[in-house]
Design a binder for this molecule. Structure first.
Ligand code: BGC
Length: 928
């Protein structure tokens, strides 16, 4: 009798279901088991592989179910295999899973019969987007496959029907090293006899504007297409045709297209070009060795959002509001316009003084224009560009009704895998904003922002955000691909470009926290997906990075001097100087060197490369002791007396003695108090600070920081109506104006990296072993929240933790998927480890609620939210200090003084007006 349900149909590599055109000849397999009796443990599995007419079953004695090796002969190009699995415990086999199929792509350049072609005279930089067209006589197809890619972006039609549903294919990679091609099943689009394939080519990343340096055509000045149509007839014979010099080209109705500037479309012209204006094509030389199959999902339309209102701006403009900052374009229905009338759609993420706030776009024009055909109803929609926006100003379209407009959301079609909710609606909204931030910044590449003349694969941003990303969505394939680009673009000396794919071409790009993506992102993928192969593949790149830093540090073992971004966008840095952080860049740099060396040592040891591991342990130890010598006092003060410095030191084990650790912990918490519980960290410290606080037991201080709503804080943007995470803590200033800094995006994921802490620590669902094979369930409740919940589709299946505080009882529900275990730590309870299943624990609520406690010290006054609020409000009312920050500043020097002296201390340096009122008001709270 089977003791578990049938496993899920197997997955291949990081793909979700069946895969067409996979690039791995020996794709690894994973499956989940929905349900099993208590105590069930897989001891063996069988994989049945059917290829051509042969079926073989492979039996493996192992408990693994995530990314297990392909058991059969490798696939050859175009080969299809149907795969199913079953598992056994000590007792019996499960039923067989459903079948998934995997079909190999073209695994060798020799498999391509087609050549890259480019229009000979059309398709200049300033001319319309070309359509290239080929015609073929083909037999009836039992199976039809179309494989294609481009220099530029493409959209294809076969016999007048759109091929697939991808947008902006083939996406963006380091084109000279890796160019993705797509494989489509076109069996149903083909017909016996004459067939016509048409492909429109846009500039995309290849030839459009790219980067804030103003460049265009960075990868080349000619658009080109490679397309190969493969038909297997009823007898099993393969017929291959493809792009060659018999193709023709014509101009499409797209007069201009650019990712930053937008698209200009003439709807009076035939969209797919006119035969009368045909051009010939040239075969252009491109190394087919760079072609790779996709590792992750393509960019698609993922949602359509209706307009929520139509606004009339003070200047009289018509502005559509979609209610959400998003990424994609506007689809607009117009009617009754004169032929040739011009309709303009401009985009922006915010309004300023009621008008479109386009200054943050810098030089990106983000404008779609249409010359309409006129007469009846027309749908206006681009397809070769995208914009980041919430608002769209429409002109030339006459009366615009809300129901005639929708926002088409695009992005890499990543599977959603993570959810978080809690009792605080603002925090829940913040989390939604993080999700939208991720969606908008995963348009094939993990970007900084999606709207201005930038949209680049900034390494530092994904370095800090990758743990959050890996919880919320299946980014396994997406980041696997990006890391391949990182390795490809890494400099021979190990330096890592600031952006991947590299379009900035800095000759010596070594910036801490940015280049460290080379070490951190593979580690995060391993930790979250259980993929060890990615470590093996990236180890050379990781090592090269650390070797480079080690060389830079030289004999001092301190990485000092040189260009650094540092703790970028520390809130105390002025708008025009985001570099001016409180934490010295040298401290940030050396700390990162230690962290990355540690990671390389761990990775090498996981891969069984002990000598390599030993080497990097020695590197890390030498730098650690140099760091301790140079930057830490015996009592645990750091050279940069700023939260980011302490957070790094505590989180990355940079403090050798327990006295230093205790001192640093105390100092970190005091610095948070000193800022009036406002955030005081930039890109580097922000993802670390709450973990560092909780690690030392300052849970309540961490929550005070998290739940702060005045500026700067995570929730301040929510109070300002934000629907995404902003680049700056104050991208929109409290008076509603746009931050004057020249970088002011309203859709940047980096500062949303704290969401990983919400999942792991607030809700309490963390990975304890790679791929969540063991979960760590350790929720850390606080008085300000009555419930929280996180749910994640781990590689083993769904895991969830939810808790509630009610009536003095802390109730925790936990779901552990089959194949995983969970170590559970609950307040006041012994730690325990449990197997799969659903559990509930009820323990005394550890949070103190209600009841007035007399504070002992000024520090206790800070720490009691109710008393603190009274002190702040009373001080403000009495005119002693303007707000929380000012009160905190006054009291910080006196943290260890008796609480009863708070009023005295508030007046330490100033006139004593209001002293008596304040004493009367506060003293009962502060002293017995
Ligand atoms: C980007 C950042 C990036 C930074 C480098 C900015 O322009 O938008 O997110 O990491 O430059 O410091």
């Amino acid at each position: 009798m089977a003791r578990c349900t049938a496993p899920s149909a197997p997955r291949f590599e990081h793909h979700d279901g069946s895969v067409l055109g996979i690039g791995a000849a020996a794709p690894r397999l994973s499956w989940t088991i929905d349900d099993a009796e208590p105590g069930f443990a897989q001891t063996a599995y069988e994989v049945e592989v059917t290829r051509a007419e042969t079926t073989r079953v492979f039996t493996v004695e192992a408990s693994d179910q995530v990314l297990v090796p392909w058991p059969a002969e490798p696939l050859v190009s175009r080969e299809e295999a149907a795969v199913r699995v079953r598992v056994r415990d000590a007792v019996d086999w499960s039923p067989w899973s459903a079948t998934s199929t995997v079909e190999a792509g073209l695994l060798s350049p020799e498999d391509w019969a087609a050549s890259f072609i480019s229009p000979r005279t059309l398709a200049g930089l300033e001319t319309a987007a070309p359509v290239v067209r080929g015609r073929f006589d083909l037999p009836a197809a039992a199976v039809g496959r179309l494989r294609l890619t481009a220099h530029g972006v493409y959209e294809a039609r076969l016999n007048g029907q759109r091929v697939g549903d991808e947008v902006l294919a083939p996406g963006w990679t380091s084109y000279s090293h890796r160019l993705r091609y797509q494989t489509h099943d076109v069996t149903d689009l083909l017909r016996e006899g004459s067939n016509e394939l048409e492909v429109v080519l846009g500039n995309g990343w290849f030839r459009g504007r790219l980067g804030f340096l103003g460049g265009r055509g960075l990868y080349g000045d000619r658009l080109a297409l490679l397309a190969q149509l493969e038909v297997t007839d009823a007898h099993g014979e393969l017929h291959v045709v493809g792009t060659d010099d018999s193709w023709t080209a014509a101009e499409s109705g797209v007069l201009a297209d650019d990712l930053y500037d937008g698209q200009r479309t003439d709807l009076r012209r035939p969209m797919w070009g006119s035969e009368s204006a045909a051009d010939v094509v040239d075969v252009v030389p491109v190394d087919l060795g760079v072609l790779v199959a996709p590792d992750g999902p393509p960019v698609r339309v993922t949602q359509v959002v209706p307009a929520v209102q139509v606004l009339r701006s003070p200047s009289g403009a018509t502005i559509l509001d979609f209610g959400q900052v998003l990424v994609g374009w506007v689809r607009l229905r117009v009617r009754g316009l004169a032929a040739g009338a011009e309709v303009l759609v401009r985009h922006a993420e915010v309004l300023e003084d009621g008008e479109l706030g386009v200054r943050p776009l810098r030089t990106a024009r983000a404008t779609d224009t249409y010359l309409v055909a006129g007469g009846g109803e027309e749908i206006l929609e681009p397809g070769l560009t995208f914009h980041g926006f919430r608002y769209a100003e429409v002109s030339g379209a006459g009366e615009v009704r809300g129901e005639d407009a929708e926002a088409v959301v695009i992005g890499s079609d990543l599977q959603r895998t993570g959810w978080f909710s809690c009792s605080d609606p603002m925090l829940a909204r913040f989390h939604d904003n993080v999700v939208w931030g991720l969606r908008g910044n995963t348009v094939d590449v993990p970007t900084d922002c999606p709207q201005r003349d930038e949209r680049l694969g900034w390494t530092g941003d994904i370095q800090v955000f990758s743990p959050t990303a890996a919880f919320l969505f299946n980014v396994g394939g997406f980041l696997t691909s990006w890391l391949a680009d990182l390795s490809a673009d890494q400099l021979p000396d190990g330096s890592v470009p600031y952006v991947i794919p590299d379009v900035l071409h800095d000759p010596a790009p070594t910036a801490a926290a940015w280049g460290d993506a080379a070490a951190v992102v593979p580690w995060v993928l391993h930790e979250r997906t259980g993929d060890t192969g990615i470590l093996a593949r990236q180890l050379p790149s990781m090592r090269a990075w650390v070797d480079r830093l080690d060389a830079l540090a030289g004999e001092s073992h301190l990485w000092a001097g040189g260009f650094q971004f540092g703790d970028w966008l520390d809130p105390s840095a002025p708008p025009d100087d985001p570099f001016a952080a409180k934490t010295a860049p040298d401290v940030v740099a050396t700390a990162h060197l230690i962290r990355s060396a540690d990671l390389v040592a761990q990775v090498a040891s996981i891969l069984g490369q002990d000598a390599v591991a030993g080497h990097y342990r020695v590197v890390a130890a030498a730098v650690r002791s140099a760091f301790g010598r140079e930057y830490v006092t015996p009592g645990g003060r750091l050279l940069s007396d700023a939260p980011t410095a302490y957070a790094m030191a505590l989180q990355w084990d940079l403090l050798p003695t327990s006295e230093q650790r205790v001192g640093a912990q105390r100092r970190l918490a005091d610095l948070v108090r000193a800022s009036g519980f406002h955030i005081n960290t930039g890109f580097v410290g922000t993802p670390l600070v709450t973990d560092a606080l909780v690690g030392g037991g300052d849970v309540d201080v961490a929550y005070r920081l998290l739940l702060q709503t005045s500026c700067p804080s995570w929730l301040y943007p929510v109070t300002m109506g934000a629907t995404t995470v902003w680049e700056r803590w104050d991208s929109l200033l409290p008076d509603g104006s746009i931050n004057p800094g020249e970088m002011t995006s309203f859709n940047h994921y980096a500062l949303g990296a704290v969401a990983d802490w919400l999942h792991r620590v607030v809700a309490g669902l963390a990975p304890a072993e790679p791929g969540y094979r063991r979960l760590l369930v350790e929720p850390r409740p606080c008085a300000a929240l009555t419930s929280a919940r996180a749910r994640h589709l781990t590689p083993y299946g769904e895991a969830a933790v939810s808790w509630e505080r009610d009536g003095g009882v802390f109730t925790v529900d936990v779901l552990v998927p089959v194949g995983a275990r969970a170590t559970v730590r609950l307040p006041g309870q012994e730690e325990q480890t449990v197997g799969h299943g659903a559990y509930r624990w009820e323990v005394p609520d550890p949070c103190r609620v209600g009841g007035h406690r007399i504070p002992r010290t000024v520090r206790d006054v800070f720490d009691d939210p109710a008393i603190w609020t009274e002190v702040v409000n009373a001080s403000a009312a009495a005119g002693v200090a303007t707000d929380e920050t000012a009160v905190a500043k006054r009291l910080t020097p006196f943290l260890d003084d008796p609480a009863g002296e708070v009023v005295e201390r508030l007046f330490a340096h100033g006139p004593r007006d209001g002293y008596d009122t304040l004493t009367k008001q506060l003293q009962p709270l502060l002293a017995p």
